[in-house]
Ligand binder design. Structure first.
Ligand SMILES: Cc1cc2nc3c(=O)[nH]c(=O)nc-3n(C[C@H](O)[C@H](O)[C@H](O)COP(=O)(O)O)c2cc1C
Length: 340
């Protein structure tokens, strides 16, 4: 390594900041399908192709969306470390993106604010408080999720949306193979009430009145009639993240986009959750695009509002699992406190 390269190289303490940020990204069923590799000033985000959800995600779309959300965290953390975040997207292979984290300018205020929201963001699958989200907050959340190639769109026809979500719900609720897979990724099912779980959705995160419009459908999830579903949707702010294309690059961009919107919402004291489950029903995305007049193919639905309760944080793998072959600064590396 030349001297200028070694000056630019990421230090173990910086790698730790990047890895911690990536580790807290949302992912389908909390599978965390990524690892990080570091080379000098470059950070490779690698998709874990060994993690599969054949029933929820047969086309690996959610896995790529999840990697997109992780990428948004990686880029934000790089900016907060005053590193530039020019990013390359290899078209093939397990490396989905390489962030060139060379020294750069100070982060902008919105980047700092969203970075600090990373530790507070979580999936809020419950009802929201009755007080409406202001138009200013709503516009700021949508603006944060506008990314080249991705269009956040407010669905107009809630009756139609209620009908399509209701139909998808009934299909997934009755799909036993789907339910087995979801159960396997429920942290509670890991034994001893999920203690020590490092992945999966904790039981407490499902909420107690998890209507299908709010999250993952299980055999006991109440399914109201379509009209009630539409009524409930009317009390929430909704954004579909749409793309023109449907390739890996589109999925990464959509994942990064909804995550920026989610962090902006969190920073503004709002809460939300992302849904893709109904979009995995064959033909449902095309139907939604047509019936709701969406500006592209929907990749994810983000619902947000004012929280009524705090949802517990979901578990994560340790960052030593996430970063391979790279020295990290861990708690043990901290200089010992001098006795007073
Ligand atoms: C691509 C993607 C798809 C998701 N799909 C759903 C979904 O359909 N329903 C749901 O309730 N949560 C969904 N989630 C949320 C995850 O379950 C959640 O991010 C994960 O359990 C980690 O929890 P956290 O968001 O509280 O950190 C999805 C997340 C991602 C990134």
């Amino acid at each position: 390594m030349t001297t200028s390269q070694s000056v630019m190289a990421l230090a173990p303490s910086e790698i730790t900041v990047l890895a911690r940020a990536v580790g807290r990204a949302p992912s389908v069923h909390n599978t965390q399908p990524w690892i990080l590799r570091f080379r000098g000033a470059n950070a490779d985000l690698v998709e874990r192709t060994d993690i599969e959800l054949p029933r929820q995600d047969p086309e690996f779309r959610d896995r790529a969306l999840s990697c997109g959300a992780a990428l948004a965290h990686l880029q934000l953390a790089a900016r907060v470390l005053r590193r530039c975040d020019s990013t390359n997207y290899p078209a093939h292979g397990p490396v989905v993106a390489t962030v060139h984290a060379v020294p750069g300018a100070s982060p902008a205020e919105p980047e700092l604010v969203r970075f600090h929201a990373i530790g507070r963001r979580r999936s809020h699958r419950r009802r929201f408080a009755a007080d409406p989200v202001s138009d200013v907050d709503s516009a700021a959340v949508a603006a944060a999720g506008a990314e080249p190639g991705v269009c956040p769109a407010v669905p107009g026809n809630l009756g139609e949306l209620g009908r399509l979500l209701g139909f998808a719900t009934r299909v997934f609720r009755a799909d036993r193979a789907y339910q087995r897979e979801l159960h396997a990724w429920t942290a509670y099912s890991f034994g001893a009430h999920g203690r020590g779980a490092e992945s999966g959705v904790p039981e407490a995160a499902f909420g107690d009145d998890s209507l299908p419009a709010a999250g993952l459908v299980r055999p006991a999830t109440p399914v109201p009639d379509d009209a009630r579903l539409a009524d409930r949707l009317g009390g929430e702010r909704l954004l579909f993240f749409c793309t023109d294309g449907d390739g890996r690059r589109d999925h990464l961009a959509a994942g990064a986009a909804f995550e920026r919107a989610w962090l902006e919402a969190t920073a503004r004291g709002l809460a939300g959750s992302v849904l893709t489950q109904p979009l995995h029903l064959l033909g449902s995305r095309e139907l939604l695009a047509e019936r709701l007049g969406l500006p592209g193919l929907p990749q994810a639905l983000f619902r947000f509002g004012h929280p009524v309760a705090t949802v517990p944080l979901s578990p994560r793998r340790p960052i030593t699992d996430l970063v391979r072959d790279t020295p990290l600064r861990t708690e043990e590396d901290r200089p010992a406190r001098r006795p007073r």
